[in-house]
Design a protein around this ligand. Structure first.
Ligand code: AMP
Length: 178
């Protein structure tokens, strides 16, 4: 089965569009028969996304480190929950299980995961597609940072082509899973 690894917030954010975007991604994954790999949380956009996939009858794998595998945080309805010893093993397993990556809006945890897959793609450690769901223009400051890095000579312009950005969940998934 083709699987998408999604990084997203452990909070839902302060606008309903963030929740709508996560729910739409969940439903669109199921309609494309693409499985979800994610951080295993039952909270924030992680919970919204995984609930949407489960409700539509889709396939979900959660990967969570021991320290977070507590009732308040871990999704209790994900049958395939892989509990690993630490964050490094979590990321390694998420990478092994997935064919592409998608970041939804989130905080530093989401950004950290996004930056790692971008840096590793740049270094050719992997060659998997990477997408950003730009709900409400959330990633525009990130894109400005990337553009500034190109302008100031710290990033090759071709590396800007290593990820795709859209505020349209269906179009983004079409492009990522093509
Ligand atoms: P953040 O964007 O800072 O809210 O962090 C969300 C990202 O970090 C997710 O993609 C998860 O992989 C990880 N993460 C942070 N908090 C949790 C949590 N409580 N349960 C599971 N994963 C989490």
């Amino acid at each position: 089965m083709v699987r998408l690894c999604v990084f997203c917030g452990s909070k839902t954010g302060s606008h309903a569009e963030f929740i709508d975007g996560a729910e739409t991604i969940g439903r669109e994954l199921v309609s494309r028969q693409v499985g979800l790999v994610y951080g295993g949380g039952g909270i924030g956009l992680m919970g919204v996304l995984s609930d949407a996939v489960l409700e539509a009858g889709g396939d979900v794998i959660g990967v969570i480190p021991e320290g977070l595998a507590i009732d308040e945080v871990m999704h209790q309805g994900v049958a395939d929950m892989r509990v690993v010893s630490d964050m490094h093993r979590r990321k390694a397993l998420m990478h092994d299980l997935s064919d592409a990556y998608l970041a939804l809006p989130g905080g530093v945890g989401t950004y950290e995961e996004l930056f790692e897959v971008l840096a590793w793609r740049q270094l050719r450690i992997h060659n998997k597609p990477i997408g950003l769901l730009d709900t409400r223009g959330y990633f525009q400051p990130f894109l400005e940072t990337i553009e500034r890095a190109v302008e100031d000579g710290f990033l090759n312009r071709r590396n800007r082509e290593l990820f795709v950005v859209s505020d349209d969940p269906a179009m983004l998934l079409d492009e990522l899973m093509a």
